[in-house]
Design a protein. Sequence first.
Length: 49
Amino acid sequence: MGIAFKTDEAIEVKGSKVKQDGADLILAREMVKGGETLTFRFPNGKPAW
């Protein structure tokens, strides 16, 4: 399963902002696009895979 992206297409990402080696990163927990949801992590932060 996967989701394709197009330029200027709206998506919603839920996750946490963290710093690693001085860089700001977003660890995505869930991504929603047009009614499709991909869950990467459980609410407790553990990987869903």
